[in-house]
Design a protein around this ligand. Sequence first.
Ligand code: SF4
Length: 451
Amino acid sequence: MTMSTTSKNSTPKVGFVSLGCPKAGSDAERILTQLRAEGYEISGSYGEADLVVVNTCGFIDSAVEESLDAIGEAINKNGKVIVTGCLGAKKGVVEAAHPSVLAVTGPHALEEVMTAVHANLPKPHEPFIDLVPPQGVRLTPKHYAYLKISEGCNHRCSFCIIPSMRGDLVSRPIGEVLNEAENLVNAGVSEILVISQDTSAYGVDVKYRPGFWNGRPVKTRMTELTQALSELGVWTRLHYVYPYPHVDEVIPLMADGLILPYLDVPFQHASPRILKAMKRPASSENNLARIKAWRDICPDITIRSTFIAGFPGETEDDFKQLLDFMEEAQLDRVGCFAYSAVDGAAANALPDQVPEEVKQERLSRFMEVQERISAAKVHAKIGSIQTVLVDEIVTDVEGNVEAIGRTKADAPEIDGVVYLEDAEGLNPGDFVEVEIYSADGHDLRGGPPRS
Ligand code: SF4
């Protein structure tokens, strides 16, 4: 949960609490940018704010609870609260728990949020538009930024309620996306993280129609988007990419160093029976063949994925197929969740729900296999020279300056970090060539090349 900076004069002040994933963070940035554009101040204290916007998450039950608690806290400490974000799509749930909220909107609802803000806290007469930097207001550190390219999803995975909350895929115009990326780079961003619900589907809804960027036509399509982003000369990292055939087109860009050799592909399972029950489009055999082909073209590629253990109907045999897939695929970064029912998801009605202790037992067997694979991959980096993007500078109790950064294989917040020795003179956002001295869990330690 984050609240932003404090204010001291009589300009109307809005407090902002943001929960949830990077996609929700990206919505929050747009609302904050608009508020600042209209002359509102953003307050970091419930007491000083004239009203509070709570940007919620509603993906799993614990997120719903956290969101409802955050709304309750804002009501207690401020009293005037507008709710937006994924949980806002379930207006009844919010209003039943907190009948005094001023307004409830769903996700991706900038205009509705602004209408509710205007109704309850009139905007100042002279908007200080010039106070808003062209890159907008961002919640991430200055040197990396999430770039949201679309909203919604055309799939209907049976465990997921995102399409019912966010609707079908709507791609942002490519010219607008590339202008935003260019503004971010001009403002000092060194890494752009492309996000959406389904990045590889970008442009399907507009039949890949060309838009314009800097006076030239560019197709609304993932390959053309990544090619254009590579011209900006910063790291570009792709998240939430489905293994569609056309994803193969971006792998040569990775091999040529134009975008980061990193793919975040949520495979979710490997048993064809379970993938079908999940309503996932790709089969596991195709996925293995595709991973092999990607590695043939770009041997350095880092593949991150997520999986679900204990999905309804999963037998011991299905689960073993998943473990075999993991051994074969040798993925670099993996997250796994024991299946948990999400209110409103179609999978809740499936027969043969797996008992909780079996789910947990499978989850730990899965993690055992993957920990071994990940540890071997991380250890293989010892002695190598890596380009590291510095995220943070810290000084220990003895006054030694150390930097914390990431290699091309590490996305912020979800992957490992590199602790850098002898970091005097480095700043967040710097790129530095380092030798990896040692590895510990998912993290690395390194410093100036010794040889
Ligand atoms: S691809 Fe599936 S899991 Fe991802 S947002 Fe769409 S429906 Fe949900």
